[in-house]
Design a protein. Structure first.
Length: 432
């Protein structure tokens, strides 16, 4: 009687032990486009007539995304298995057992549970039990996700290169009294022979300048995000011209340049602002300042103090024996050259794409658990924009989709996105 009681207690102990089966540990690693969850079990040697069936599952909150079934059995059940299936299964050794489950990365979420369903059969009958373990995904490293700047338009690019191309926020009314100085460069500055308002391509550098102006205007017009609002043209005459000729000649010169640009760029007359700039003393001052002659600073001070063009011209011709006057006139530049200058104003259309992307960026920055599905849906419309690709890569990375994130970062980096290039380096260092 006592012996029977001991045997029953042993069986109950073994039965209870099997019911409590759960993973001793769990690990996660990524390879290619899958996450691999490894659950480790410690299985003691089963009695001859016992059988344990373990189904290991990995589940997200909504559904199970991977499973593996293993059979641990003694000799009697091995014989029955052979009789039923025609071969003898491998007998279960005691000790450490490992179950590896592959999960496609697009099925993974932050909340992952490892479930173990155990079905234990002993002389006392068959019982089942469920145990669970929380699976912690690797912590995501910080990625570069900063507010983005609007993509440069052709107008923006040209404005960075040339000081006479401006946005409408910099607009200034153009008239003779406003005394606007348009920076003179070789490509926005054309010249005229003495006393002439005829614009000749073969004179001085006019052909190159006109080609450059036309190229810039057409480049800006080719960008549908940009519109040219105004082209200002100032016509100047040399200080040597008589006061009777100057007002008419400067205006006629500006009009001739306007007509040339209108014809070459197919622009309406209404876009142009034309004004007579008067005698070009500003260019005289610039030419004098470039000289390396003694007394130049004193000469400039004297010229600034003279109230009329006639008195300034007399001072310039007489100062230092006329050496400064000769220096800026000897190569037919400065005094002996009339000219026209242009200033181009443009405006960019509202950049709704950048606004939308920055709203998504802001949510990713301030919200630790945003609605990633909604944000990805919003980005779908801009899937060719490198800035959007980088943002999508960050979302994929946070959702543990490393392969998808790498693909997005590579594509964005190849299109020149600096943030994506940095993120790719972080991801590659993590995979080493």
């Amino acid at each position: 009687m006592k012996q029977r009681l001991i045997i029953a207690l042993v069986c109950l102990f073994l039965y209870g032990t099997a019911q409590a089966l759960s993973p001793d540990s769990c690990s996660v690693h990524h390879n290619d486009s899958c996450w691999y969850v490894t659950m480790n079990y410690q299985i003691d040697k089963l009695p001859t007539n016992d059988e344990l069936i373990v189904q290991s599952l990995v589940c997200c909150p909504d559904t199970c995304i991977g499973d593996s079934i293993r059979r641990f059995q003694g000799r009697r059940y091995a014989r029955l298995f052979k009789k039923r299936n025609g071969y003898t299964p491998e007998l279960t050794p005691h000790g450490h057992h490992r179950c590896v489950i592959a999960i496609p990365e697009n099925s993974v979420s932050d909340s992952i549970i490892g479930l173990t369903y155990s079905e234990y059969t002993s002389p006392l009958g068959t019982e089942g039990s469920i145990d669970s373990i929380r699976i912690f995904m690797p912590e995501c490293k910080p990625m570069n996700i900063r507010p983005i700047k609007a993509a440069l338009t052709n107008g923006d690019i040209m404005a960075e290169q040339y000081p006479y191309i401006c946005t409408m926020s910099e607009y200034k009314v153009l008239n003779k009294d406003s005394n606007i100085h348009i920076p003179r460069q070789q490509i926005n500055h054309v010249h005229y022979p003495m006393n002439s308002a005829r614009l000749e391509r073969t004179y001085m550098n006019n052909g190159t300048a006109l080609d450059s102006i036309s190229h810039i205007i057409n480049s800006i017009l080719a960008d549908d995000r940009t519109k040219i609002e105004s082209i200002q043209i100032v016509g100047f005459t040399a200080p040597d011209h008589s006061d009777e000729i100057v007002p008419k000649l400067g205006y006629k010169r500006a009009c001739s340049m306007r007509d040339c640009i209108m014809q070459e760029c197919n622009l309406p007359d209404s876009i142009f602002e034309v004004v007579d700039g008067g005698k070009n003393w500003q260019q005289v001052y610039t030419d004098l300042a470039a000289l390396e002659l003694e007394g130049t600073d004193s000469l400039l001070t004297l010229l600034y103090s003279k109230p009329t063009s006639k008195s300034r011209l007399a001072t310039l011709r007489q100062f230092n024996g006329g050496n400064h006057y000769k220096a800026i006139s000897s190569d037919n530049s400065g005094l002996q050259r009339g000219s026209c200058c242009t200033r181009i104003y443009y405006v960019n259309a509202p950049d709704s794409i950048t606004d939308t992307l920055n709203e998504i960026v802001q949510e990713l920055i301030i919200n630790p658990h945003p609605d990633y599905h909604r944000l990805s849906d919003e980005l779908e419309a801009y899937n060719e924009d490198p800035r959007a690709l980088n943002i999508q890569g960050v979302i994929d990375y946070r959702r543990h989709r490393r392969h998808a994130a790498e693909k997005a970062f590579i594509e964005a980096a190849m299109q020149g996105d600096e943030q994506a290039a940095l993120n790719l380096e972080i991801l590659e260092s993590e995979n080493r």
